[in-house]
Design a protein around this ligand. Sequence first.
Ligand code: FEC
Length: 315
Amino acid sequence: MASQRIGVLVMSYGTPESLDQVEAYYTHIRRGHPPTPEQLHELTARYEAIVGGFFPLRENTNKQVKGLENTLRQEHPDLEFVCYQGLKHAQPYVEDGVEQMVKDGITEAVGIVLAPHYSTMSVGGYVKRAKDKAEALGLKIDFVLDYYLHPKLVDALRTRVDKALEKFAGVNRNDVRVIFTAHSLPEKILEMKDPYPDQLLATSKVIAERVGLTNWQFGWQSAGQTAMPWLGPDILDVIRKINQEENVKNVLLCPIGFVSDHLEVLYDIDIEAQALAKELGLHLERTESLNTDPLYLETLSDVVYKKWKEVTSLS
Ligand code: FEC
């Protein structure tokens, strides 16, 4: 019989649920500053290009959160883990998730973000909002900050690279340039000694080792269009450069910084990078997203459980 209810705040980026919500969503991302009509038009066009009537991140987050709850309950039948969503830029917001836990009588919780690598500007932002709300409401909560080298996560990614390499029929594996990618962030994170770039490189290296890759590199994607400099090189520049300077004709993109199919993968890679590849006469493929891969759900379940054990052993 289940004896104890433990809240799990599962945090993710959030997405609009219809095209008429795009403006409010974009305004939230811009910390309350509405986008210009041109910016709004540009973002709406990107959603129109991928959505086909539904916003994939909404559905994928729902499935991942449910999948994590099921995995936790299967692996720990003596405990009752209850998962709540907390989204960065859409409802239910991070604060709503915390509030709902408290309303439901949860007193102890663990928080986790559906992004394996830590940056003050990414995971740090989610954690701060959840912590502030939890403190205000008297909820005891601690957080998983990263899980970028978890063996099951690495296994899931390694398998994807292996499988995607098979799509280059007749091409020697080491003639395919594998580019590991993640969302760029403003360069100022480097001054803060942010661990994000090193963690991403560590994941890339371990996958490369496991697959036996010799021909790989890392590149940033989806940088914002702002006055400040963002981390580079951008993958579009990388693709152009390796094609022109090294005559690379086969490229596999592996977006290790993302865990779902969503705009940054389905547009920035599948439409934008593919269009460039076509223009350059390159064969470009992408690894499949993790979505609800049991290995990913088991990774999450494992780190949540360990964090909960750590917290309870201290109290
Ligand atoms: O499918 C969807 O509807 C949402 C896709 C989506 C994901 C995502 C993940 C991350 N972002 C990160 C950082 C930033 C920073 C800014 C920023 C802006 C945007 C915009 C859209 C957007 N992001 Fe995002 N991001 C997604 C979508 N992101 C749309 C606004 C238009 C644009 O710039 O393209 C700049 C904010 C500012 O202006 O100050 C910074 C990071 C991640 C990966 C970690 C995570 O998931 O939290 C880091 C998915």
